[in-house]
Design a binder for this molecule. Structure first.
Ligand SMILES: NC(=O)C1=CN([C@@H]2O[C@H](COP(=O)(O)OP(=O)(O)OC[C@H]3O[C@@H](n4cnc5c(N)ncnc54)[C@H](OP(=O)(O)O)[C@@H]3O)[C@@H](O)[C@H]2O)C=CC1
Ligand SMILES: O=CCCC(=O)O
Length: 291
C-alpha cells in the first residue's frame, strides 16, 4: 500500500522506518530534506513538497511539531490541499488542539478527501518498537483503511468518534504526564536535599502504588543530568498550554497543570526547550539553598 509521510523528526522518522520495515511503500517529505536520506536507504521515495507526496499516495500521514506547522503544511504553498481530492486520505498524528484539527478536517473534506486525527501516546522508543497507543477520531472509513499501518505503528488503537476527540484525549493524557513529571522532579530534589539517596527513592517508588514506567525510565538519567531528547520539552510545554486552553473552554480550574506549565516555561527560558521534558528538573535544581 502506498503511504505518504510528512515530518521526519524524532517520532516521524521512527514511524516511517517501521512502515518501511513492514513492507509499506512510503513516500516521505521533511522540511529539512536531508533528513529523508536515511529513509531512502531503507527504500523510501522522496516527494519534494507535501503536495507531491499527497499526489503519489493513497493516504498521507503527518507528524509535525505544533498547530501552526500542522496548518502551514496543509494550507501553505505546495501544501497538502493542492493535491487532496476524492478518495485520498490525510491522517494528522501530530499533537494539536481540537480547533486546529477541525480546520484541517473541514479543508480536506471540502475537497472530497478523508480526514483522521490520530495523535499518539508513547515516545521515541515505543515509536521505534511499534508500541505506540493511537488515539484516532474522524472518518471511520479512513480509520479502517489505516488499521494495517496502525497495527505496525502501535500496540493499540482507539477510535474515539468525531474530530477533536483524539486531540482532546491526547492533551488530557499529556497534561497529566507533565504534571507528574514536575512532581517527580520536586520529589527527586527533596530527597537529595534531605540527605536521602535518590536511587533509593526510585526503588521505593517502584514498589508502591505510584510506580509507573515514566519514573522508572526517566529517573536514572535525570539523576545523572542526562536529558537526551525523546520528548522535547518545548513540545510538552506546548501540550500543557493547549490543555490549559481546553480547561479554559470548559471552565475547569487546573492549578496543578498551571504550575507545571510555569515550570516548563521557565525551563524553556533557560534554553532547555530542545532537551527531553525531564530537563524541567533543572528548574528545581537551580534553586540551590544559600550556603
Ligand atoms: N517526541 C515524543 O516523544 C512525542 C511527540 N509527539 C508529538 O509529535 C509531534 C512531533 O514530535 P517530534 O517528532 O518529537 O518533534 P521534532 O521536533 O523531533 O520534529 C518536528 C517535525 O516538524 C517539522 N517542522 C518543524 N517546523 C516546521 C515548519 N515550519 N515547516 C515544516 N515542518 C516543520 C520538523 O522538520 P525539520 O526536521 O525540518 O525541523 C520535524 O519534521 C509533536 O506534535 C509532538 O508533540 C507525540 C508523542 C510523543
Ligand atoms: O507526547 C508525548 C508523549 C510521550 C509519552 O507518552 O511518553
Amino acid at each position: 500500500m502506498e503511504i505518504g509521510f510528512l515530518g521526519l523528526g524524532i517520532m516521524g522518522k521512527a514511524m516511517a522506518m517501521n512502515l518501511l520495515r513492514n513492507g509499506f511503500k512510503v513516500t516521505v517529505w521533511n522540511r529539512t530534506l536531508s533528513k529523508c536520506n536515511e529513509l531512502v536507504e531503507h527504500g523510501a521515495l522522496v516527494g519534494e513538497t507535501p503536495a507531491v507526496v499527497v499526489k503519489k499516495s493513497k493516504y498521507t500521514i503527518a507528524m509535525l511539531s505544533d498547530p501552526s506547522v500542522a496548518l502551514s503544511v496543509v494550507f501553505g504553498e505546495n501544501g497538502v490541499l493542492g493535491q487532496i481530492c476524492n478518495g485520498k486520505g490525510y491522517i494528522d498524528m501530530s499533537t494539536v488542539d481540537a480547533d486546529t484539527s477541525t480546520k484541517i478536517s473541514e479543508a480536506i473534506t471540502s475537497k472530497g478527501g478523508y480526514f483522521l486525527e490520530a495523535p499518539v501516546s508513547g515516545s521515541k522508543k515505543p515509536a521505534e518498537d511499534g508500541q505506540l497507543v493511537i488515539l484516532a477520531a474522524g472518518e471511520k472509513a479512513l480509520y479502517d483503511d489505516a488499521v494495517p499501518a496502525f497495527d505496525v505503528l502501535g500496540k493499540k488503537s482507539f477510535f474515539l468518534g468525531k474530530v477533536g476527540n483524539g486531540a482532546k484525549m491526547k492533551l488530557v493524557v499529556n497534561m497529566i504526564m507533565g504534571s507528574m513529571m514536575n512532581a517527580f522532579a520536586e520529589g527527586l530534589e527533596l530527597a537529595d536535599r534531605s540527605g536521602l539517596n535518590p536511587h533509593t527513592l526510585l526503588d521505593v517508588l517502584d514498589l508502591g502504588a505510584v510506580a509507573n514506567p515514566m519514573f522508572k525510565l526517566k529517573g536514572p538519567s535525570m539523576i545523572q543530568n542526562n536529558y537526551s531528547p525523546a520528548f522535547p520539552l518545548k513540545h510538552q510545554q506546548k501540550d500543557m498550554r493547549l490543555a490549559l486552553a481546553l480547561g479554559d473552554e470548559n471552565a475547569l480550574s487546573m492549578p496543578v497543570a498551571a504550575a507545571a506549565n510555569e515550570a516548563l516555561k521557565k525551563a524553556r527560558s533557560m534554553g532547555l526547550g530542545d532537551l527531553d521534558f525531564s530537563a524541567v528538573y533543572e528548574t528545581v535544581r537551580l534553586l540551590e539553598p544559600p550556603s
